[in-house]
Design a protein around this ligand. Structure first.
Ligand code: C5P
Length: 232
């Protein structure tokens, strides 16, 4: 069931990011802060965007030993983001530790998602370099099941795999999907893509970057995404 459109703030610094956000004078979009912006500006950028009234998905894709990830998640829990993530490849033990670290003393916890297989990884590379012999759909389903077993509420996956994930983990298990393009838009470097309208069927959140950030009128492009995905 479609919940929201998340704009990927893939900008190199705070000035460009805030200039982009200044254009949104009405509804405050849910935004994603990734590694580039976070590493450039540090945790203050999260606090500043949050103070402007946006919901935040902090996309740092943690992957390390369970104890390290748990302690890092404890630090991130103080930023009060709405959503964050890690790699399912870090194992169930790592995901459980992360959840524990992210859970605050009052028992509340940001939505913690697992990345299944990056959409930039092909089945061929997975086999040759990662030595995973299962198919991509089997791997994505298995990783999603691991995330569920660790107590996580959902995954980040390709929109083409969202239905499979729902089949494996149930309709309430969240699917957050990048790789979104308008029917008449540029694919860019994304290969496995889907329109916001088609993503409605199995995605709970769509993550949209360049179709909005590089549009001549980003606010109009965002509103079009909301109309197509949320049916507004
Ligand atoms: O510009 P575009 O719409 O392709 O941006 C998609 C966003 O989603 C980027 O921030 C990218 O890093 C992220 N992402 C992705 N594929 C994944 C995971 C994250 O494109 N598998």
């Amino acid at each position: 069931m479609p919940h929201d459109v998340i704009i990927a703030l893939d900008f190199e610094n705070k000035e460009k990011t805030l200039a982009f956000l200044d254009q949104f004078t009405g509804r405050k979009p849910y935004v994603k802060i990734g590694m580039e912006l976070y590493y450039a500006e540090g945790p203050d950028i999260v606090r500043e965007i949050k103070a402007r009234g946006h919901k935040i998905f902090l996309d740092l894709k943690l992957h390390d030993i369970p104890n390290t990830v748990k302690k890092a998640m404890r630090v991130l829990s103080r930023l009060d983001v709405d959503m964050t993530n890690l790699h399912a490849a870090g194992t169930i033990a790592m995901m459980e530790a992360a959840k524990e670290g992210l859970t605050k003393e009052d028992g509340s916890c940001a939505t913690l998602l697992a990345v299944t297989q990056l959409t930039s990884t092909s089945e061929e590379r997975m086999r040759q370099e990662l030595l995973i012999d299962a198919t991509m759909p089997e791997t994505v389903k298995a990783y999603a099941r691991n995330a569920k077993a660790a107590g996580l509420p959902g995954v980040v996956c390709s929109p083409l795999e969202a239905a499979l994930v729902k089949e494996a983990c149930g309709p309430d298990f969240l699917t957050v999907t990048p790789g979104i393009r308008f029917a008449d838009g540029d694919a860019g470097d994304q290969v496995r893509i889907m329109t916001p309208e088609k993503a409605r069927k199995a995605s709970d959140y769509i993550v949209v970057g360049r179709p909005i950030t590089a549009a001549p009128d980003p606010v109009a492009a965002y509103e079009r995404c909301c109309r197509e995905f949320l049916g507004e």
